[in-house]
Design a protein around this ligand. Structure first.
Ligand SMILES: Cc1ncc(COP(=O)(O)O)c(C=O)c1O
Length: 433
């Protein structure tokens, strides 16, 4: 459905809620300005309704979570049915059958599908925690604390995840409390840059490096698709140097890029894969899945796990994840996403604006990089476009360290009319910027 705005944006209720929030929430959390935010009330498919009754089109899938669409019926039904039976159990003590099923499905959809034997899982609640599990696992498996990561790699904001984070602005305020274990390499955008990665890797003292942490396509870093042999290069280097290769597919996983997992584009597989976001379509659940021989380096639990949490394997999250995983494993979904992404990218490439430096992406993970005429990143223009789009009934975000990449990660089944509307609004706003 196209947007249906019954008030100016933000409407009176959103404005009043923003005022209240200013009083009660830490002011570092929600960005509040005259034209931002709206307060979500309900959602269906690609549409969001706010507290004032305005209807929006969501180009974000709420941070990539609602790929299958907001309030997707099968997921909602699984959640409701499970909540009537059991909403919490004892994840690492007396768990549920649902947890067993999630771990089995994740194994089947990753390492077993890739012909690499069984995969073993540690569940958690957020993406950041899945990354922390992976970093700990790599250390347990190799005894080497060092981490290779990439400039503008985003892996979450917990202290553990920040150990491998590549966004300076998130790390810097806390540097004094973070061990510097990283060797940070440039994330390559071209074949040429791949040679620099090769050179940099050849100079790394691998006797200290246990983990290489990378997104197969950089998400928050700016929707950057690396050259074809990048992941192959990393796989070979890790194999030669006894380093655990970790793919952070928290954003790219579950069909977002038009393959079940983005690494499948290159047919290169990790030792550990981090998953989250779309895994349940809305309940906080995440996973680190690893090759058996790596995961089995953890000592067997003597009754107290070294790495767990209160909500690990929560039954409601698992019930939703089971439904979501079953939908995601149908190959036709990846084909749909690919087709939709191709349509959308063609339409976006047709927009003429001197601000547009590049339109890129894979599947339904697309970015438009905006530059000023002098080549400077146009984060200011992107920010203006975001609030103008919101005022037109379109929810979107920008990525990249300069905030100059307009991001398109909508729910997978956008209607053609919605795409046309979004593209026309963007064309109009860029023309008047
Ligand atoms: C690639 C990637 N890894 C990790 C995270 C962190 O996930 P969470 O915010 O659930 O901790 C994100 C979140 O955007 C992400 O995009």
């Amino acid at each position: 459905m196209l947007p249906d705005l019954v008030t100016a944006i933000p409407g009176p209720k959103s404005l009043a809620l923003a005022e209240k929030l200013r009083k009660y929430e830490s002011h570092n959390v929600t960005y509040v300005a005259d034209d931002w935010p709206i307060f979500w009330d309900r959602a269906d498919g690609t549409n969001i309704w706010d507290a004032d009754g305005n209807r929006f089109i969501d180009l974000t899938s709420a941070f990539g979570v609602a790929g299958l669409g907001h309030t997707h019926r099968p997921l909602r039904d699984a959640m409701v049915a499970q909540s009537e039976k059991l909403i919490h159990a004892m994840g690492d003590v007396h768990p549920t059958e649902l947890k067993v099923e999630v771990c089995k499905l994740l194994s089947e959809m990753t390492f077993e599908r890739w012909g690499l034997g069984c995969g073993k899982t540690v569940l958690s609640n957020s993406g950041s925690e899945a990354v922390e599990t992976a970093l700990k696992t790599a250390y347990v498996a190799t005894g080497k604390p060092g981490i290779i990561s990439f400039v503008n790699g985003y892996h979450g904001l917990g202290y553990g995840a920040l150990l491998g984070g590549g966004f300076t602005k998130f790390r810097e305020p806390f540097n004094a409390q973070l061990a510097d274990l990283r060797t940070v390499l440039q994330y390559p955008r071209s074949e040429e840059k791949l040679n620099s990665v090769r050179d940099e890797l050849s100079q790394v003292d691998s006797t200290k490096i246990g983990a290489l942490l990378v997104e197969p396509i950089q998400g928050r870093g700016g929707k950057i698709v690396p050259p074809a042999s990048f992941l192959k290069l990393l796989r070979a280097w890790c194999d030669d140097n006894d380093v655990i290769l970790i793919f952070d597919e928290i954003y790219t996983g579950f069909n977002r890029t038009g393959k079940l997992f983005a690494c499948e584009w290159e047919e290169v597989y990790p030792d550990l894969i981090c998953l989250g976001k779309a895994m349940s379509g809305g309940y906080p659940i995440s996973a680190c899945v690893g090759k058996v021989e790596v995961m089995d380096k953890w000592p067997v639990s003597p009754g107290e796990a070294l790495h767990t949490s209160t909500y690990l394997g929560n039954p409601v999250g698992c019930a939703m994840a089971i439904e979501a995983l079953k939908i995601h494993r149908e190959p036709s979904l990846a084909e749909d996403v690919l087709k939709q992404g191709e349509e959308l990218i063609v339409m976006l490439k047709d927009i003429e604006s001197h601000y547009i430096h590049e339109v890129r992406g894979r599947g339904m993970m697309i970015g438009i990089e905006l530059h000023h005429k002098n080549g400077e990143p146009a984060g200011d223009v992107a920010a203006k476009i975001l609030s103008e789009m919101l005022a037109e009934g379109i929810i979107m975000l920008a990525d990249g360290p300069n905030g100059n990449i307009l991001a398109f990660t909508p729910p997978f089944h956008m209607k053609l009319g919605e795409m046309v509307f979004v593209v026309e609004q963007l064309r109009k706003l860029l023309a008047s910027s």
